[in-house]
Design a protein around this ligand. Sequence first.
Ligand SMILES: Cc1ncc(COP(=O)(O)O)c(C=O)c1O
Length: 414
Amino acid sequence: MIDLFDRIYKDKGPLGKWAKQAEGYFIFPKLEGQISNRMQFNGKEVLTWSINDYLGLANHPEVRKADAQAAADFGMAYPMGARMMSGHTKYHEQLERELAAFVHKEAAYLLNFGYQGMVSTIDALVSRNDVIVYDADAHACIIDGVRLHHGKRFTYQHNDIESFEKNLKRAAKLTEETGGGILVITEGVFGMRGEQGKLKEIIAYKEKYNFRILVDDAHGFGTLGKTGAGAGEEQGVQDGIDVYFGTFAKSMAGIGGFVAGDREVIQYLQYNLRSQIFAKSLPMPMVIGALKRLDMIRTMPELKDKLWENVNALQNGLKEKGFNIGSTNTCVTPVYLEGEIPEAMAMVHDLRENYRIFCSIVVYPVIPKGMILLRLIPTAAHTLKDVEETISAFSSIREKLATGVYKKVAASMM
Ligand SMILES: Cc1ncc(COP(=O)(O)O)c(C=O)c1O
């Protein structure tokens, strides 16, 4: 009989296998100092483009003050226990009311973590006879939620409406046999490539097919739409979203999240979300801190305006210089280059050490072989000077990539 750990000793997994070459630098890097456009990496100041603090709230003095005051007033432990048992407070309820109003829904329910919350929401919304239809590029939390489903599921090609309808038809046929319903799941914004989910087109199919839609708007909340209510508001179809999901990990610069929808559905989730029933409630500083952040998002539109000034300057500037930024229509700014993984590592090393620019790097298998994706997340804390500096650095590294400089560096390190 083999030892259970034999496989673990041999196979470190798709990311773990890179640990030796990449740990501490490309994987598990340590960004230090106050969260801002400039932080410390490896003892040097770098211009940071890898933090989802879209509205620049993470280190805003008013936010820091509210967080510190809440921690002083309540400590980090209060309330103890799950919401249902002993972890419920009027502040949790207030935050839920305010979030619901902000995303134009009747009710909302808090989640301790976006990821677990989404897994649990999917689990709670469907039963064995129901069929899930979801975008093939969905975030891991959607994929893992779908994995809990005992019934059938169909994926459609990413943002491909023809493929969506084809799979919706299959689902509709199947539910005639099972007697179940259909849950469609997409993201409001696909966080890697920055494309919005085609909510308007998908929701239009509700006239023809009977389904409910759950939208993961982690990157849309606070950044898209006139009031910041997200991708549904941006596309004019917020009412058509049956269950709206947002996280506090991005625009809200905190931790936790929420689901919002019709009162009866949210009430059902309150009693059936296993990630909340069997886990401790969000600590008070997170709740009070979230109330402060939400208030600032609502009353300080200049934060979103500054974010978009930076987004537009960065994306237009990159396009003018001939960079391929794909089809982003959100703040997420991917820059696609061509090269193999060792060259990509040499290039990012150069970018960090010599140009002092820190951004995320994505390679195969997340994107096709031979492609390199450098992902930039502009925030309200960036300046137009940061943008200029970055475009100039990118032009320089692109030139080096094209002339084989990084290939040589990579070969010499082998
Ligand atoms: C699209 C998307 N959904 C869900 C999550 C998970 O949210 P959280 O970090 O709150 O667990 C993330 C990442 O943060 C995300 O990018």
